[in-house]
Design a protein around this ligand. Structure first.
Ligand code: ZN
Length: 160
């Protein structure tokens, strides 16, 4: 069957950036499983999987606007070291949940200089063109429960 609204899709992927570096891969793991049309995966990838079938291999290129967005400079901020209370050593690469006006936001520490810590709230893949090598492993129809919940149940999905 072809991938359409309310298909449950399992696929293997290797994600590379424009420099050809592998950023993520499902190799050696279970395939990624998602509910098609529910916004479970980035829009650019979902769109290009539409109409495909199990067994197909394809290469998908996703622009930042259909991926993780453009880099937003206002999400890079300098905060005082004091705001990390209870954290012994603040180092680049650490991630924290920050409270912002728009709700909780995952930020990454990018620089520590004296008492000043620079944090970046952009997604690590923001601003990047993404290349996915995809192999579709399985396509099935979603159950009524899955459609109502907006996610996959059972293998590769939510257990509840
Ligand atoms: Zn559910």
């Amino acid at each position: 069957m072809q991938i359409a609204q309310n298909s449950v899709v399992a696929f293997h992927y290797t994600l590379t950036n424009d420099a050809g570096e592998v950023l993520d891969s499902s190799e050696g793991r279970q395939p990624l499983t998602y509910l098609h049309g529910a916004g479970n995966i980035i829009p650019g990838l979902e769109k290009q999987l539409e109409g495909r079938e199990a067994g197909e291999k394809l290469n998908v290129t996703v622009s930042p606007e259909e991926g993780y967005g453009e880099v937003q400079p206002q999400l890079v901020q300098e905060v005082p070291r004091d705001s990390f209370q209870g954290v012994e050593a603040v180092e680049p690469g650490m991630q924290f949940q920050a409270q912002t006006q728009g709700g909780p936001l995952m930020v990454t520490v990018t620089k520590v200089e004296g008492d000043t810590v620079t944090v970046d709230g952009n997604h690590p893949l923001a601003g990047q063109k993404l290349n996915f090598d995809v192999e579709i492993a399985q396509v099935r129809e979603a159950s009524q429960d899955e459609i109502e919940h907006g996610h996959v149940h059972g293998e590769g999905g939510v257990e509840h």
